[in-house]
Design a protein around this ligand. Structure first.
Ligand code: HMG
Ligand code: MG
Length: 301
């Protein structure tokens, strides 16, 4: 008999991970309307944009303006991706509640994504984390390619732990482990989480699954069995990393809610309101989003 947790926390990453991989630009005004809709769904954290170099991610070049203009729901933590001190300074001015730093367990993906070796990334992130904590911001550390790397293949749990140890030492509040290219199956989740959860408390670990091969829901279910209660997901299944070939969208928040609510787990998120926000961005992008529950809802409308 599996005992499911009574409550799970979802971080909505659609406005960041989702839009960073979309070819069709979404106007700043539409992003703001959409994030305002997401703010009313009951979700407790929204990663609303990214303060990376605009040449690297042009889709999110308006992070500053979006940050200044969205309506702030006091029950929501508004976080954004920050790669370095320049990004952090802009993000602080734009009023983030949380900073998400990021690096990879794989040397090659780290280099392709942030133009540095793992060793050279550590001092950059150490400074960002220290400064963000001094400003009383929540700091999440993303570790990418925790199962497989598009360039190096299999990544071991020990490689992941090595990076996590450093990020915790620098002062992150929690760590999000990314299946960046959506290759993992539940036995890999077992292998990683057995190692990770021997070392860190469950509530410090967030799982971030991309759904390239349709395995994310199976992997979330397995993560729940390990006691994980925090997940990142993206409305409609938008998403992907432009610097990781083969990275399709994140697991769809709509599908995760269907799973969790079906298991009797409380998320605090209103499925109907989330669906409306998904239809809104689907219309703006002019294409159907991959979420299965959304596709079903559209067929019934
Ligand atoms: P770089 O070129 O090595 O940067 O890029 P640099 O420090 O050498 O600076 C070069 C120029 O960029 C300078 O300007 C800086 O001021 C400027 P110049 O003096 O030449 O005029 N610059 C900036 N401008 C604006 N904002 C900044 C910034 N930083 C420097 N923040 C850098 C290094 C990290 C900036 C670059 O590689 C970059 O932006 N990479 C981001 C890539 C990215 O966003 N990838 C996707 C997100 S990660 C992801 O999706 C995975 C995740 O979802 C988890 C998972 O799924 O696994 C999180
Ligand atoms: Mg991602």
């Amino acid at each position: 008999m599996v005992y499911w947790p009574s409550r799970v926390q979802i971080k909505e990453v659609g406005p960041r991970d989702g839009l960073q991989n979309e070819k069709k630009p979404v106007s700043t005004a539409d992003k703001i309307n959409w994030i305002n809709m997401l703010s009313e769904t009951g979700v407790k954290e929204i990663e609303y944009s990214s303060f990376v170099h605009p040449k690297w991610i042009p889709q999110l070049a308006d992070a500053y303006e979006v940050g200044l203009k969205i309506n702030r729901n006091p029950n929501v933590r508004y976080s954004a991706l920050v790669p370095n001190m320049k990004g952090l300074e802009l993000a602080l001015e734009a009023g983030i509640d949380g900073a998400s730093v990021f690096m990879s367990a794989s040397e090659t993906h780290n280099k392709k994504n942030i133009n540095k070796s793992i060793a050279k990334t550590y001092p950059v992130l150490a400074e960002v984390i220290k400064e963000a904590k001094q400003e009383h911001k929540h700091v999440t550390g993303y570790v990418s390619t925790v199962f497989d790397c598009p360039f190096e293949g299999k990544i071991t749990p020990e490689q992941v732990i090595r990076v996590c140890d450093k990020l915790f030492e620098f002062g992150v509040d929690d760590i999000s482990l990314g299946d960046t290219i959506g290759t993992a199956v539940p036995s890999q989740v077992d292998q990683l989480l057995e190692t990770v959860l021997r070392r860190y408390p469950q509530d410090k670990i967030i799982m971030h699954y991309h759904d390239t091969r349709g395995m994310a829901i199976a992997n979330i279910t397995r993560s729940l069995e390990h006691g994980i209660t925090r997940f990142d997901s993206s409305i409609g299944g938008l998403g992907g990393c432009p610097y990781a070939p083969g990275a399709a969208g994140n697991v769809a928040t709509n599908d995760v809610l269907y799973l969790l609510h079906g298991l009797g787990i409380d998320t605090g998120v209103d499925e109907k309101k989330l669906q409306e926000a998904a239809f809104y961005i689907q219309n703006k992008l002019g294409k159907a989003l991959p979420s299965k529950s959304l596709t079903y809802a559209a067929s019934q409308a």
